[in-house]
Design a protein around this ligand. Structure first.
Ligand code: GRF
Length: 192
């Protein structure tokens, strides 16, 4: 079997998607291995989860730095760790075009909507307000436009009468965890 693809995960918060990716990578036949978790929020909850799982972390606030300057720090850390594929998992900052160009086809993101619907924030509230029958989540390749690159996997969740953005988010999140692990593994296999 080829060496697992070296993955770096970028987070800003609780890191539940990151945790599910790390969990899945523990399988003996996983085609990827998580070698770094990076965060622009120094006290992001997910950092403790990564540390407990034995994954080295890097955390630094972006405050006071220009976007491209901060992204250059992330880029340097990823390259120092020989990362081959970057997974955004609740990373709440836009990446600079320079960073994205340097990782073309090598950054994935999970977004809690059925893209191309509801790019950006408040996806579940917008789906409910529109009267949609279904919501869901998408894994896509990251390009310079926000939430816009090619979609490689989607999961659908029925919207129930009485759903709130919170209740819907909870059910979509369960699907996110499964979808992202599968999509990342498939993508990693294709890189080898
Ligand atoms: C997830 O819903 C993800 O799709 C969105 O932000 C949320 C992050 O949650 N981009 P977590 O940090 O992975 O728990």
């Amino acid at each position: 079997m080829a060496d697992p693809v070296r993955v770096g995960i970028l987070i800003s918060g609780r890191g539940s998607n990151m945790a599910s990716l790390v969990d899945a990578s523990m399988a003996a036949d996983s085609p990827y291995r998580v070698v770094r978790v990076l965060s622009n929020v120094e006290d992001a909850g997910g950092l403790a989860i990564a540390t407990a799982a034995g994954v080295p972390i890097w955390a630094r606030s972006h405050k006071g730095l220009k976007r491209a300057e901060f992204d250059a720090l992330i880029d340097a850390e990823l390259r120092a760790a020989d990362v081959e594929l970057v997974a955004l998992a609740g990373y709440m900052r836009l990446l600079s075009p320079e960073f994205i160009a340097g990782w073309e086809g090598r950054i994935l993101n999970i977004h809690p909507s059925l893209l191309p619907l509801y790019k950006g924030l408040d996806t579940h509230a917008r789906a409910i307000a529109a009267g949609d029958a279904e919501a869901g989540c998408s894994v896509h390749v990251v390009t310079p436009e926000l939430d816009d690159g090619p979609v490689i996997a989607q999961a659908r969740v029925a919207i129930r009468p009485g759903d709130t953005p919170g209740s819907l988010a909870d059910r979509v999140l369960v699907e996110e965890h499964k979808l992202y692990a599968t999509a990342l593994a498939d993508y990693a296999r294709r890189l080898r």
